[in-house]
Write a protein that binds this ligand. Structure first.
Ligand SMILES: [Zn+2]
Length: 294
């Protein structure tokens, strides 16, 4: 677990900044009831109104004080619902504290399954311990559900086998905002093959979201700056182009090393290489993902 933290954090802050107490999580207001909380690498969404405080994801565990400080700067009410977009520890790390304080944690059933047992993220060679009971989702769903709060309808739906096997997209219908979890990142994305992730599933999920939003929609990626529909379309093009190239090389019997030498990401690197997966590592990851899907 420790090994990955600098990688995840490298998305947003200097590699040396290991002192979590110095990392600030900052709320940015999107409309009357909705904020995005950024800082520490992961984007959270916060909905606040007369009825309830609702938060999408809660960052790394050591950043819980920073997350709570950001929420407190917006409202003095307690968090009533935590919704997790998937099981990764940079999205569920605050569950333990917020759950103990009385928040109801909600997620897809596979998030609860994975958090309930020890996991191994094969590509990152990373062991993740099961979470304590208080951090687990207490309400789970399989396909979709909706929260009717503060005059807003927050619709959540599962996208099958995408970044993991338990991803959900969160759609604030009135506010015209979507939180994508890690189905969408602003750099070459990690696809968690050993947790059921699949590149074609990511592309299908992106297509589904592109089909339901418009030019005015605010798109919150799991990591990276806020986006819109055009950015999502560009991301889809990048993923499908690289995926198609690698699939055909695999079909032709090429080796991974030959695929890397062919530089299948070349025209995308300038824009997408800034995350924790440099181009070659991204190619290795997609290749393994495709090999596992055959
Ligand atoms: Zn993730």
């Amino acid at each position: 677990m420790k090994r990955l933290l600098p990688l995840v954090l490298a998305l947003a802050i200097p590699a040396l900044a290991q002192d979590y107490s110095k990392i600030k999580v900052t709320p940015t207001r999107l409309n009357d009831t909705t904020w995005v909380l950024s800082g520490g690498g992961t984007n959270l969404a916060l909905a606040v109104g007369p009825e309830a405080v609702f938060v999408v994801d809660d960052n790394l565990a050591p950043l819980t004080p920073a997350v709570r400080a950001a929420i407190s700067s917006v409202t003095d009410k307690p968090v009533r619902f935590v919704f997790n977009t998937h099981w990764h520890y940079d999205h569920v790390g605050g569950n333990e504290v917020l759950g103990r304080e009385g928040a109801t944690i909600v997620a897809h059933e596979n998030v609860r399954k994975r958090m309930s047992t020890d996991q191994f993220m094969e590509f990152l060679n990373e062991k993740i311990k099961a979470s304590p009971a208080v951090a687990l989702p207490v309400v789970t769903f399989t396909r979709d559900m909706a929260f009717h709060l503060n005059g807003e309808e927050i619709s959540v739906f599962h996208v099958a086998r995408a970044h993991t096997d338990g991803d959900a997209i969160v759609h604030f219908k009135k506010g015209n905002i979507v939180h994508m979890g890690d189905v969408y990142n602003r750099s070459y994305p990690f696809i968690d093959t050993s947790a059921g992730g699949n590149i074609d599933g990511v592309i299908a999920a992106i297509d589904q979201v592109i089909g339901m939003i418009n030019e005015k929609t605010t798109v919150i990626p799991g990591h990276g700056k806020l986006a819109g529909k055009a950015d999502l379309i560009e991301y889809r093009t990048m993923l499908s182009t690289i995926g198609t190239r690698l699939k055909s090389m695999m079909k032709e019997g090429k080796t991974l090393e030959q695929a890397i030498a062919a530089q299948p990401t070349r025209e995308f690197d300038d824009k997408w290489k800034s995350g924790f997966l440099p181009p070659e590592r991204f190619v290795r990851m997609v290749w393994q993902n495709l090999a596992a899907s055959q």
